[in-house]
Every structure is written in C-alpha cells, then in structure tokens.
Design a protein around this ligand. Structure first.
Ligand code: PLP
Length: 407
C-alpha cells in the first residue's frame, strides 16, 4: 500500500488523531484490540436509530428489518470464512465464548474418562482453560504440543501425541505472543488421518490473512469481532454442519427452542440452537460492516503491507543494544515481542506510554509460553494496516531513549 492509501485509511479511524500526554498517539496494541473505522461506529448508531427491535419473533416492520440485518451479517461472516453454509456460523460473544461452547458441547457429546485433548504450548488462556475444565469434569488428559526456541510447533511431537484416546485438537492459527503462523492445514490433515476433529483459534489470524475454512478443512474455526475492527462483545464460531448437529446446545433459553413443555423441550435448527437469548444483532450488523471494510482493502494487500511493517520494525530494533526478539518463526504475522536485558517489560511500557506510544507488556494471557521461555513477560508491539514506517521510526527513537533511562 502506498502512502496515499494509508493516509486515506487513517482518515477512517478518528481515534488515531488523539493526543496522549500532548503527543500524537501511536497505537501498537492491535493484537489486544483494534481501533474502529467510522463506518463501523456509524453502523451501530444506524442500527439503534433505524432498525432496533428484537429479532426473529416479531411480525412488525422493525423486527423484520433487524432480523434481516442479523441474518445478512451471518451470510457475510460465512463468505468471509468461505464457509459452505451460513447455518455453520454461530454468533457468540467472541473467541473465548466460542471455545467454551465447543469445549462444553463437544465434551458432552463425545468425551469420557481417559480421553485426551491436544493443544499447544503457545495457546492463549482462552484456548487452555476451557479444555482444562473439560478435562477436570470428565477425568480426561490435556496433552501439549511443544514449541521450539524460535517459536514454531514441533510437528513430529504433534504427530506422536495423537492416539486412539485423542478426541479433539485445538490450536491457534497465529500466536498472540510470538506472531508465529502455524501450519494449520497440515495440523488438520494429520489429525483427520486419525479421524480427530480440529478447532482453530483464529483470533489473531483473521485480521491479517485470508482464511478459507473449507480449504483448511477445519472442523471449528473461531474469532472475535473486536480484533478485526468490529465491535466488542461479538464473535464467531464456525462449525461444520455435521459437528454442530451432533453436539448439544451450550445454553438454554429463548430463541434456541422449537417447542417447550414441562415434560420435554425440542431444540431449534442450526444455527439458532446455539444462540440462546436475544442475540447481539447490533453487534453482528456492525461486525459485518467491519468485515466488508477489511474485504474492500483486501487481506492479501493487508498481509503484504503488515509484513513490510514487521520486517522494517525488526530491522530498526536491531539498533538497540541487548534487545532480544521473542518469536522468530519463519512464517510470522505482525506481532513483535521483545525484551531488553536487565529491564522489566512493564517499565518500558510505562515510559513508552508517556511518549504517546501504546504497547502491551506482560504475559499476554499466555503464561505457559512465558514459562517455556523462562521469562516473566515481554513488551509487545503489534501492527495494523493503519500503522506506518514513520510511527516505527518514532517508536525506535523513543525506545532508545527509554532504554537509556532505565539501564
Ligand atoms: N485467542 C487468541 C490467540 C487471542 O490473542 C485472544 C485475545 O487476545 C483470544 C483468544 C481471546 O479473545 P477474546 O478475549 O476476544 O475472547
């Protein structure tokens, strides 16, 4: 993307003009959440001002319009992931809820004592804890794929972890700490050879690379709206129809039933079986707008530009003495975690903040991978398509200053 295009894009994000302590904001915390383009915020306003009514059960105009918007959003999400059918898209509160749903419902249908779940050492807590809870509930075992020094999954160890007791594999597409892009197609293929289904945590992938769930042959694929320029509180669970039909509902309530008597309740068809209660139809409508926005720029273009930013930042950071980049996988997304010898990541983050630069510090909700590296946390700069090389220059100079102050 050229300078003009980036400026054009930046104009869509009013928050990028904010002053932080009188300094121009540099927002490098995109892996935690992304900023929202004007069109997404306007869509939320439009939905509340012009089509707000509870969906699915109304016969009146507004209810039908709101229902149409929610279902149109489902179709857009399905197309975005290249799902075969829109019924394979369930709206949830986000990645965390999507994984909890699968861990619970799949666990109820297919897991019992002695069975095993395979995850990796680089998972976010939301792709660890729900599986641990399942393991506790059903007396099962959690098995973990090791990660190499540079941040790649040990694929030989992975293959050898799969056995007759393995019920499901759940791994992240892109690590939120290391930036590693995992070979998920191969992971799925290897599991499928043994008839084991696979869930892919796409929270850090969908904002940066084009995903085709059919091409991957993923059984479940999940992501959060807020990490892809959409609103908070809405997310997606993609599940193959055969799996969604085979597993029980996660929550009970309105919308998810077909008939209710005190003797017996029958459940609604897909995807409503998994959307108990009033769904976040405003959120889904605004998420669809975000997906449209990203699509319009083009994920291939986004990936190429963000990769340029990552490589540029890696080069510039080499100017800083005693810096170590954590996560140097060959195939990486725009996440740059680092440590400087003798300086706590928190101190670096605090001082960068005073200079108007937002980065994240700490364990990034992935304590186990910190233990693998034997570190307390990292400083993490994560880039989006609205960031620029000029911002990376300012960041590098600020970091030099901060390191000099702290050493
Ligand atoms: N998985 C990964 C890889 C993440 O980076 C995150 C958030 O940082 C999550 C899951 C959880 O996402 P959410 O908090 O939106 O549910």
């Amino acid at each position: 993307m050229n300078k003009e295009e980036i400026e054009h894009i930046r104009a869509d994000f009013p928050i990028l003009n904010e002053k932080i302590y009188n300094k121009d904001l540099i927002y490098f915390d995109n892996a935690a959440t992304t900023q929202k383009p004007r069109c997404v915020v306007e869509k939320i306003e439009y939905a509340y001002f012009h089509l707000n009514a509870n969906i699915h059960r109304g016969v009146h105009y507004l209810s039908l319009k709101a229902t149409e918007a929610h279902e149109a959003a489902r179709l857009i999400a399905a197309k975005f992931l290249h799902a075969e059918k829109k019924e394979e898209i369930v709206f949830t509160r986000g990645t965390t809820e999507s994984i909890n749903l699968v861990a619970f419902s799949f666990g109820e249908a297919f897991c019992s004592a002695g069975d095993e779940v395979v995850i990796s050492a680089m998972e976010h807590h939301s792709n660890i804890v729900p599986w641990q809870m399942l393991c506790e509930r059903k007396a099962m075992k959690l098995r973990v794929i090791p990660v190499s020094e540079n941040g790649e999954l040990d694929m030989t160890a992975y293959s050898s972890l799969l056995n007759k007791k393995t019920r499901i594999v759940s791994v992240t597409h892109v690590s939120n700490v290391l930036g590693s892009i995992n070979p998920v197609k191969e992971i799925i293929q290897i599991a499928h050879e043994k008839n084991i289904p696979v869930l892919i945590d796409g929270a850090q992938a969908v904002p940066h690379l084009a995903v085709d769930v059919q091409e991957l042959d993923a059984d479940f694929y999940v992501f959060s709206g807020h990490k892809i320029y959409g609103p908070t509180g809405i997310g997606v669970l993609y599940g193959k129809e055969k799996w969604l039909n085979a597993i029980p509902p996660y929550q009970g309530g309105g919308e998810m039933i077909s008939t209710v008597t005190f003797e017996k309740t029958t459940y609604s068809e897909l995807p409503f079986k998994f959307e108990a209660g009033t769904p976040d139809y405003v959120g889904s409508t605004a998420l669809a707008e975000a997906l449209r926005y990203v699509d319009q720029i083009g994920l291939d273009k986004i990936a190429a530009y963000e990769n340029e930013l990552l490589r540029y930042a890696e080069q510039r950071l080499k100017e800083i003495e005693n810096i170590h980049i954590i996560g140097t996988a060959k195939n990486k997304s725009s996440v740059l975690s680092f440590l400087v010898d003798g300086i706590h990541p928190y101190d670096i983050g605090m001082l960068l903040d005073k200079l108007g630069i937002a980065v994240r510090t700490g364990h990034h909700c992935a304590q186990p991978i910190m233990d693998v590296y034997g570190i307390p946390g990292t400083v993490r700069a994560s880039f989006a398509f609205y960031n620029t090389k000029e911002e990376i220059d300012r960041f590098t100079e600020a970091l030099k200053k901060v390191v000099n102050m702290l050493k």
